[in-house]
Design a protein around this ligand. Sequence first.
Ligand SMILES: Cc1ncc(C[n+]2csc(CCOP(=O)(O)OP(=O)(O)O)c2C)c(N)n1
Length: 327
Amino acid sequence: MAAPAEAGLSREEGLRLHRWMCATKALDDRMHILVRQGRAPFVGSARGHEGIQVTAAAVLEEQDWLVLHYRGLGSAVARGLTAREWMLAVFARAADPLSGGRNIPGGCFAHPRLRIAPTCQVVATWIPKAAGIAYAARWRRDGSVVMCTFGDGATSKGDFHEGLNFAAVHRLPVVFVCENNRYAISVPLELQAGNPCLAERAAGYGMAGVVVDGTDVPACHRELRAAVARARAGDGPTLVEARIWRINSHTSEDDQSRYRSQEEIEEARRHDPVACFERWLADRGWLEPAEAEQVHRELEAEAAEAADWAERQPEPRLQDLEAHLFA
Ligand SMILES: Cc1ncc(C[n+]2csc(CCOP(=O)(O)OP(=O)(O)O)c2C)c(N)n1
């Protein structure tokens, strides 16, 4: 009997999601190597977030918008960001399509062609912007939906309240995805929220609220697809709380062993969404372990090639320092 979670996810879609997750992991792993080698400055890892992130982009149509969390590499990859483009950003090269070499990796995912709107690292500030883009979409009647992602820490900011309230009042076509990895750097969820169920806040705003296991890719796909359908049908926004495990430290500047027990870190690794989804695909006979290994090897080689290529590209020119500045 088919489990409800797999309803609607075809083999082809499943393999595509898996490939994007592996591509995200490969870029992430390569960045850790580059940081250890002293070649890249910084990594804010998306390990543990891959399933919900790639699904958030996969359920969208071309005209839709993404407003991304700084940790949102997986969503950008699934939207079409290439390994070379990402590595241009990592090395802050002139041709970096995300910010022209002006940000730390992940500092801004702006990509006009992919309809990824610019954000910044000031936590949660992009949530009201997402509501604003959805408001513009409503006025234009262009049928587009906005997908906005952020962490659990972002839900403590006033921007979260303002963005969700405005979206609910105007029944805007936006999906808010909280990637709840239970930490804001070293601050655990219990010091962040009086009610640990973040999705329950949706009721207070008058919008749909859903909790999903963010390590269960078919479940993420089902819930996000339903939320996008509601938004597109004019039935208003949804808050999706995806519960996940942060596998690595907050960034390469952080050491999680100072505030998380070894048991908890090992538990997080057991909830690796890439491995969980590979077991799910294997159970259906859709992807043998050797085939999965082959996909990993191929994408690891692509990430390594992209890094070596990007490192050789020119740095931004001093005379372009003020380009793209509003004032
Ligand atoms: C307004 C603001 N305060 C503090 C910071 C420093 N800071 C950067 S990331 C972060 C944690 C955010 O946690 P969360 O929203 O849960 O996302 P996660 O990094 O866990 O994915 C903090 C406090 C910031 N960037 N902006």
